[in-house]
Design a protein around this ligand. Structure first.
Ligand SMILES: Cc1cc2ncn([C@H]3O[C@H](COP(=O)(O)O)[C@@H](O)[C@H]3O)c2cc1C
Ligand SMILES: O=C(O)c1cccnc1
Length: 338
C-alpha cells in the first residue's frame, strides 16, 4: 500500500469501529486487536477461522548440568502425552477449537514413528552450551527452515506456537540476557519449580555458560550458541506464519524468546504477533519490554506448551467478529452521542 492508501485504510478502519453500537473505545484492547488483524490481512473484513497450535519438542544438553527440577526423559514422555491427548495443551486446544500438531524438533531417543507426531529432528538433543555451542550453524539454519515451512503450511488464519523441552527455561534465560541486556540473575527463574538451592545452582551454571562468549552476539549467533532445536524451529515457524500474514499467537517465556529472535531477524514479523499471556517466569517481563508488548491475559501460569496461546485464541476471534458482525448505530437504529 502507498502512504495515501494506507492513511485512507486506517481512517476507514477506525471509522468502522467507531460507528459500532458502543461508546467510542469501549471495547478497549479488543478494538486494538481488531485493528491489528485488519492491518495484517489488509482488509476491513478480516477472517479468523482456524488456528493451529504447533508444539515443538527438543532436548537440551544443559539439562544434564542440573538446571531443571525434572529429568530430561520428561521431554519424550510429554511428547507421547501430547500424542495421547492428555496434556494441558491438548485440553485447552480442544476446548477452544485449535488443531494440534506435535513436532519432534530433536528429542533424545530417536524418531517416534507414530501417528500424531511429526518427526523432523535436527539431532538427538542439543549439546550442553556450558562447554560449547548448543548446535552448529547448519543445524540452526535447518531448524529455522523447517519451522518456516511448518508456519506457512495448511489453511490457517493463526499459528500458535508451543514448546516442550526440559531445560529450555535455561536456554531462554540466556537468550533473554543476551538479546535484552538485562542482567542474567534477574531473568533466571525457577522454571519447573527449582527450590532455592536449585535456583542458585542454575544461576551459577548459566553464569559460567555466558562467560564462554565475549561481546554482543547477533541474534542468529545467540540462537546457535545457547538455543534449542525447538526454540529455533519455533522462531522459524513464527517467521513463516508472519510472512503468510497469519496471526502469530505468542505463548509464555520460551515462546516469547523465539518471538524476540524472530522480530530481530525480520522486524516486519512483529506486526503479526499477538502476545497472549504474561508468564510467572521472571525473565518474561524483559522480553515483553524489548518487544513493547502487553499481553492479553495474566493468569499466573508458567507452563508453556502453548497453553496461554490456546486460551487467548477466542479473544482474537471475538475481535474479528466484532469488526465483521457488530451492528453500526445506523444499522440498529441506535442514537449516537448527544
Ligand atoms: C510434566 C511437565 C510438563 C510440562 N509442560 C511444559 N513444561 C515446561 O517446563 C520445561 C521447562 O522448564 P525447565 O527449564 O525447568 O526444565 C519445558 O519443557 C516447558 O515446556 C513442562 C514441564 C514438566 C515437568
Ligand atoms: O512461560 C513459559 O513458557 C514457561 C515457564 C516455565 C516453564 N516452562 C515454560
Amino acid at each position: 500500500m502507498d502512504n495515501q492508501t494506507q492513511t485512507d485504510f486506517e481512517a476507514a478502519l477506525q471509522r468502522k469501529i467507531d460507528l459500532k453500537t458502543k461508546p467510542q473505545g469501549a471495547l478497549g484492547r479488543i478494538e486494538t486487536l481488531a485493528v491489528q488483524v485488519a492491518r495484517l490481512q489488509r482488509t476491513l473484513t478480516p477472517r479468523m477461522g482456524r488456528a493451529q497450535l504447533a508444539i515443538f519438542a527438543g532436548d537440551h544438553g544443559i539439562a544434564a548440568d542440573g538446571v531443571s527440577a525434572y529429568p530430561a526423559e520428561v521431554t519424550r514422555q510429554m511428547v507421547l502425552n501430547f500424542a495421547g491427548g492428555g496434556a494441558a495443551a491438548n485440553v485447552f486446544a480442544a476446548v477452544n477449537g485449535l488443531d494440534l500438531r506435535v513436532v519432534n524438533a530433536g528429542v533424545k531417543g530417536g524418531p517416534f514413528d507414530m501417528a500424531g507426531i511429526y518427526d523432523a529432528p535436527i539431532g538427538p538433543g542439543t549439546a550442553s552450551f556450558l562447554r560449547g555451542p548448543a548446535m552448529t550453524s547448519d543445524q540452526c539454519r535447518d531448524a529455522l527452515e523447517t519451522g518456516r515451512r511448518i508456519g506457512a503450511e495448511g489453511a490457517y488464519d493463526a499459528m500458535a506456537c508451543g514448546e516442550m523441552g526440559i531445560g529450555n527455561t535455561s536456554s531462554a534465560s540466556v537468550l533473554t540476557h543476551l538479546l535484552t541486556g538485562v542482567e542474567l540473575d534477574v531473568v533466571v527463574g525457577r522454571g519447573t519449580g527449582l527450590d532455592d538451592d536449585g535456583l542458585a545452582r542454575k544461576r551459577s551454571v548459566l553464569g559460567r555458560a555466558v562467560a564462554r562468549v565475549t561481546g554482543p552476539l547477533a541474534p542468529l549467533q545467540a540462537l546457535t550458541e545457547f538455543g534449542g532445536f525447538e526454540i529455533a524451529m519455533m522462531t522459524g515457524a513464527m517467521l513463516g506464519a508472519a510472512q503468510a500474514r497469519r496471526v502469530v499467537l505468542v505463548d509464555g517465556f520460551i515462546a516469547t524468546a523465539a518471538a524476540l529472535l524472530a522480530a530481530r531477524i525480520e522486524p516486519g514479523s512483529r506486526g503479526a504477533m499477538v502476545f497472549c499471556h504474561r508468564s510467572a517466569e521472571p525473565g518474561h517481563a524483559a522480553l515483553l519490554a524489548a518487544l513493547q508488548a502487553d499481553p492479553l491475559l495474566a493468569l499466573d501460569m508458567r507452563l508453556g506448551e502453548g497453553t496461554g496461546a490456546a486460551l487467548a485464541w477466542p479473544l482474537v476471534r471475538a475481535a474479528v467478529a466484532m469488526l465483521n458482525d457488530m451492528a453500526s448505530f445506523e444499522d440498529a437504529g441506535v442514537s449516537g452521542p448527544a
